[in-house]
Design a protein around this ligand. Structure first.
Ligand code: PGA
Length: 249
């Protein structure tokens, strides 16, 4: 039986200016008091170099990176640039990028490879849309995304999977514990089938309307190793109870 330390990662999306740096300091202060859980925060690119020195033990990360180290890619940021800015991790394949920027599994995989090569912990997101869940194809969809989005394993400690049902993101609806248990068990089985024992050590986060009221219940589910949190990570008041729930679970 593998004991995986819980990870709670905040995804600020396109929210946060300098005025929000106080929240990061408050989250860092609370995280210092909470043992036994890893905490990360992914603010917009512009805040990374400002947030990193204030974050203490909270790892600061990016929300995306380009798959190339440099070049003529207007508006993009490379993994090495994130590292230089102070990032320790990056999210790739978020459903908003898959939808808004038409990112496909092969691109997500290339980004994950670039991120790992640069030394970033890499959170690869997968998740079904509502029609797929209604049709009963949600597990097949997520396992397909997983197979094609994950890189060959560099070091399992640096790879994290986030299961985020698209219909639960920003909607206030969450997967039930039974839904999460079904999907996380299927993801774990796929990771072990592909990576052997190393697949047991990859953390699988749940994401989608995770908040202080539902986190404890979700984090108790077998194979749920923490959360990827959007809206409820924007303030210390909302995010700290989620960190505490992870520490207790
Ligand atoms: P949410 O977002 O917590 O606001 O639903 C989660 C995510 O998109 O990572």
């Amino acid at each position: 039986m593998h004991v995986r330390r819980k990870l709670v990662a905040g995804n600020w999306k396109m929210n946060g200016t300098r005025a929000a740096l106080g929240e990061i300091a408050a989250i860092a202060a609370a995280a210092r008091e909470t043992a036994g859980v890893d905490v990360a925060l992914c603010p917009p690119f512009t805040l990374i170099p400002l947030a990193a020195p204030r974050a203490g033990g909270v790892a600061i990360g990016g929300q995306d990176c380009h798959q190339s180290p440099s070049g003529a890619h207007t508006g993009n940021v490379s993994a090495a640039m994130l590292v230089e800015a102070g990032a320790k991790l990056v999210i790739v394949g978020h459903s908003e990028r898959r939808a808004d920027q038409h990112e496909e599994d092969s691109l997500v995989r290339a980004k994950a490879e670039a991120a790992l090569a640069a030394g970033l912990q890499t959170i690869v997101c997968v998740g079904e849309v509502e029609e797929e869940r209604i049709a009963g194809s949600h597990v097949d969809k997520v396992l397909y995304q997983l197979e094609h989005s994950l890189p060959e394993l560099a070091r399992e400690a640096e790879l994290v999977v986030a299961y985020e049902p698209v219909w639960a993101i920003g909607t206030g609806r969450t997967a039930t514990p039974a839904d999460a248990a079904e999907m996380h068990a299927a993801i774990r089985a796929a990771l072990v089938a592909r990576f052997g024992d190393a697949g047991e050590r990859i953390r699988i986060l749940y994401g989608g309307s995770c908040n202080g009221a539902n986190a404890a219940e979700l984090f108790k589910v077998d194979q749920v190793d923490g959360g990827l949190v959007g809206g409820a990570s924007l303030t210390a008041a909302q995010f700290v109870p989620i960190i505490e729930a992870a520490a207790r679970s």
